[in-house]
Ligand binder design. Structure first.
Ligand code: PEP
Ligand code: MN
Length: 346
């Protein structure tokens, strides 16, 4: 439930509403807005008796949030959430942000080369996993903490921000120390204890859609993170399982439009995992930006044929460079622009 205060409501009136909500046994979350403050009532699993707050001084309206997810819904917060990153970059604004890099950190030379290449083409964030969720226990599992150190070195040299995956609470503590954005992978989208931990650490979270998760389930997972204290969640459409083997997953473009309608959180697209084939990635990246994605996350490898994971879907650096020019043109058509950091050549 949302209690909307009058534009001229006083601090005392807002405090009065908070006090009544707390006396009813719920949590109150005051949210100052540009024109008026709203106070969220959190923790109700059913309908709350609105008459207790409706008549309080300074209250103009009480809104019942109809969706099972509350804080992530547009009903709760109509204006888009803008997520600030340490270099001043914002995700969820007019600019489209590109995250790019190899699937995994493999060596110092590989990650530094990849970082220089994606930076030159206009990426803002370097992606690469240090902790890898692999289908086979015998496949390359990632370099772990050494991988995190190499990512930090790549950031120090290039100025790129870092997004990398955390697979469990121990890894989350390590990733949260180093990364600018913590990635929660598709396989962990419904790991609710890990999501709660994400809510208790300070870094923005990139939450990838589960392999067979509905959009509503993805939003409920995001709700876990917000409900645990972290408002900075970036959603990610990365394809869902289907019967068709022509692509690795079915890249659900409509999820971008649907999610923007339901939630104020930004959503980015991962056409690399969405298709599984590098030749399909640029087309789906263009389509995702046209559909309104707030950013892209793209696998790029200096030598995809030698990659230790996901080589088939990793772009060659020159392919990525071309793709960046194309998506930049698409962004302009819909009144947005691609964020191109200082120092890149695009
Ligand atoms: C990845 O980004 O490399 C990855 C493992 O993605 P997902 O969790 O979407 O499969
Ligand atoms: Mn991958």
């Amino acid at each position: 439930m949302l209690i909307v205060m009058k534009p001229d409501a006083t601090a005392q009136e807002i405090a009065g509403v908070v006090q009544v909500i707390e006396s009813m046994g719920y949590e109150a979350l005051p949210m100052p807005g540009r024109q008026r403050t709203t106070v969220g009532l959190i923790g109700n699993d059913g309908r709350v008796d609105a008459s207790r707050v409706e008549a309080l001084a300074g209250v103009t309206e009480v809104i019942h949030v109809s969706k099972p997810y509350k804080q992530v819904s547009r009903e709760w917060k109509p204006e888009p959430t803008r997520i600030p990153l340490p270099d001043g970059t914002v995700i969820g604004g007019r600019e489209v942000i590109v995250m790019a890099g190899p699937c995994s950190v493999e060596s110092e030379e590989q990650i530094l080369t990849a970082a220089r290449q994606v930076k030159a083409s206009g990426a803002t964030v370097l992606r690469a996993g240090a902790f890898k969720p692999r289908s086979s226990p015998y496949a390359f599992q990632g370099l772990g903490t050494v991988g995190l150190e190499l990512l930090a070195a790549a950031r120090a040299e290039t100025g790129l921000l870092i997004v990398t995956e955390a697979m469990d609470p121990h890894g989350l503590a390590l990733v949260s120390e180093v990364a600018d954005i913590v990635q929660i992978g598709a396989r962990n989208m419904q790991n609710y204890s890990l999501l709660k931990e994400c809510g208790r650490q300070p870094k923005p979270v990139l939450l990838k859609r589960g392999l067979s998760a509905t959009i509503s389930e993805m939003l409920l997972s995001a709700e876990y993170i917000l409900a645990s204290g972290n408002p900075n969640v970036i959603l990610c459409e990365r394809g869902i399982r289907s019967f068709d083997t022509a692509t690795r997953n079915v890249f659900d473009l409509s999820a971008i439009a649907v999610t923007h309608g339901l939630s104020h959180l930004p959503i980015i697209a991962d056409p690399s995992h969405g298709t599984g084939h590098r030749d399909m990635v640029p087309a789906m990246a263009r389509a995702a930006v046209a559909a309104g994605a707030d950013g892209l996350i793209i696998e790029v490898h200096p030598h995809p044929e030698q990659a230790l994971s996901d080589g088939a879907q990793s772009l060659f650096p020159e392919q990525f460079d071309r793709m960046m020019r194309e998506v930049s043109a698409i962004a302009e058509v819909i009144g947005r622009s691609l964020l191109v950091p200082v120092g890149s050549t695009t």
